[in-house]
Design a protein around this ligand. Sequence first.
Ligand SMILES: O=C1C[C@@](O)(C(=O)O)C[C@@H](O)[C@@H]1O
Length: 150
Amino acid sequence: MLFFKVKFGWMKIQIINGPNLNLLGRREPGIYGSRTFEDYYIELKDKYAGAAELEYYQSNVEGELINKLQEVGFSFDGIVINMGGYTHTSVAIADAIAGIKTPVVEVHVSNIYAREEFRHVSLSGKNCKGVLTGFGLDGYRLAIENLLAG
Ligand SMILES: O=C1C[C@@](O)(C(=O)O)C[C@@H](O)[C@@H]1O
């Protein structure tokens, strides 16, 4: 089944970015780099055309992130999520990830373990298929590769 999904472009993957990630490229470039996510997303779409249908959603609002997880979490084949600061605080988003069927890969642009102590905890990480942290924007590509591999 996976073979056919990949071969015929049926894998549907939702990328979700949480608070302040709309500022990538402008926000603390020493930590997060100088490229906008929109620019990187064009490259991703291009790279995976024919292998996956990628969708992108960003919100600064906790409940909207939960709504999106519930909306795609029973029909899409994979979710790549960067919850930003909610990673460290949101029981509700962690619960939403635990409650859906679609596998979720958590991504962080920076290495959360090399930063302030309050960033070392991810409330959601244990509910995810895996967590990628510190690979810059390339973490999103690595997450997609993992989801495509099944
Ligand atoms: O907003 C973010 C971005 C982040 O998730 C990252 O991608 O490195 C790390 C979080 O600690 C921070 O609050």
